[in-house]
Ligand binder design. Structure first.
Ligand SMILES: Cc1ncc(COP(=O)(O)O)c(C=O)c1O
Length: 460
């Protein structure tokens, strides 16, 4: 072995740094520190449980060499298990809910794992749920092991044995509050179980998401009323066995939107690229800090990496489509036309019997650059200045040619009372949008109108 090298990738798990937040939490006096679990080699805290659980499963004779690991996973546990399987020569089948991001699915497939996608919004007992499908696969595939991170207590043991001692060694216990988002409950329970043996005054606070029932159950014993939410990895609609509520002292509940905005702020202001559950945990820490009389030192776990969410949280179009960030496209077309002073426009059009020379003259006279082409009251297409220039210049078209040669059918129709976002994709592709009111053509929108509208809104 070369000096300074690790014997394999699994030996690189753990030893993740703890960093002080310097900007996003300035509204509170408490100091907030984050532990970057996404710096594990597979990109999340779940690397820790993958190897730890599988080493014990093999030692306990639960599966033999070459066997199949089966797990219901939101993605991260799958990567932890797949990494262990690659090093040790096992196969993997992962069962995922359909709300998980495509990056996670592709990542697992890249490891050579089989991925089965199941519907998100069904009860855990439903035969289509990812819990039921995972169990069924494990029962029917020989020499297989269903990890079940929810109820397998080796999950929380991992954090008693690794994450907890690592945090104590790094900090010497120099903090007052430990906080983590809660999913299976393994991280919050395992780390807290260990730390409380060393730090009797430590307060452990769980961060749950609106729509989940974990915090509500801990406070009132009520398991009802689960609703769907968007954050991946945290929140549950049942209570997994890994929870030990005796080591969790308090709870905060956070929403999707504030968590995603914080996830983006962590990257833009602190340079920290974590996922939505990391943003949620920091929002939770700030909320909790606001309830404190004395400022404290708060340590927060950031479970996974932002690059798993490039198509969602870090994609402006996705954020706008969900209403998490403002969009110039969230305006009713009628209001946009009024704003632009285009609300009582007479639409200048031309018939399909006209020739290109007539069209050019009309465009010049009326000072328009686009002409809908109408035949017998029906829209046939749109003739645009841009599409005429080059073919006229190089002699491909002549002024005496029919407009039928030159009009394009790349246009969209939309009702004046619809949102602009309905035709955003067409406008971004530079297609003309024809606006109708009660079925009658009343206006025409093109990219320059949108640019003018954005310019006007930004001046307000
Ligand atoms: C992204 C992410 N954050 C947080 C968690 C929660 O950790 P735990 O399951 O240990 O409660 C998970 C678990 O699946 C996760 O994938």
């Amino acid at each position: 072995m070369m000096i300074g090298a690790k014997k394999n990738i699994l030996d690189a798990i753990g030893g993740t740094p703890i960093i002080k937040l310097n900007k996003v939490a300035n509204e509170v006096k408490s100091e907030i520190y984050v532990k970057l679990e996404f710096m594990n080699p597979g990109g999340s805290s779940k690397d820790r449980i993958g190897g730890f659980i599988m080493d014990r499963a093999v030692s306990a004779g639960k599966l033999k060499p070459g066997g199949t690991i089966i797990e219901g996973t939101s993605g991260n546990t799958g990567v932890g298990l797949a990494m262990w399987a690659a090093v040790n020569g096992y196969k993997c089948i992962f069962v995922m809910a359909d709300k998980q991001s495509i990056e996670k699915v592709n990542n697992l497939k890249a490891f050579g794992a089989k991925v089965v996608v199941c519907p998100t919004d069904v009860e855990p007992e439903d035969p289509r749920s990812y819990y039921s499908v995972s169990k069924r696969l494990a029962e029917t595939i020989p020499n297989s092991y269903y990890v079940n991170q929810y109820d397998n207590l080796w999950n929380r043991e991992t954090h008693v044995a690794t994450t907890g001692p690592e945090i104590f060694e790094q900090t010497k216990g120099d903090f007052d509050v430990y906080m983590a988002g809660v999913g299976t409950g393994g991280t919050i329970t395992g780390v807290s179980t260990y730390l409380k043996t060393k730090m009797p005054h430590l307060k452990t606070v769980g961060v749950d998401v609106e729509g989940s029932i974990v915090a509500q159950f801990a406070r009132t014993g009520d398991l009802s009323g689960a609703r769907s939410y968007v954050i991946e990895g945290i929140g549950e609609d049942f209570i997994p066995e890994n929870y030990d509520f005796k080591v969790i002292d308090d709870w905060v509940v956070v929403g999707d939107k504030e968590s995603f905005l914080m996830t983006r702020a962590l990257l833009k202001q602190e340079g920290i690229y974590t996922g939505g559950s990391g943003g949620a945990a920091v929002v939770g820490a700030i909320k909790y800090a606001k309830t404190l009389v004395e400022p404290k030192k708060i340590l927060v776990i950031l479970p996974d990496s932002g690059n798993r969410y490039a198509s969602k949280i870090f994609n402006d179009e996705w954020m706008m489509s969900k209403g998490y960030i403002a969009s110039s496209f969230n305006v009713i077309i009628k209001d946009l036309l009024a704003e632009l002073g285009k609300n009582n426009n007479e639409v200048i059009s031309i018939t399909d019997h006209a020739n290109i020379g007539d069209a050019v003259k009309l465009m010049e006279q009326k000072n328009v650059s686009q002409l809908p082409v109408i035949a017998d009251g029906i829209i046939k297409g749109v003739l645009s200045e841009n599409a005429l220039l080059k073919p006229l210049f190089n002699g491909e078209y002549h002024l005496s040619d029919s407009v039928s040669l030159a009009y394009s059918n790349k246009y969209r129709e939309v009702d004046i009372n619809d949102l602009l976002s309905n035709v955003a994709d067409s406008l971004l592709k530079k297609e003309v949008v024809l606006v109708k009111e009660n079925g009658k053509l009343v206006n025409l929108l093109s990219n320059i109108d949108i640019l003018n509208y954005i310019a006007k809104s930004e001046n307000i």
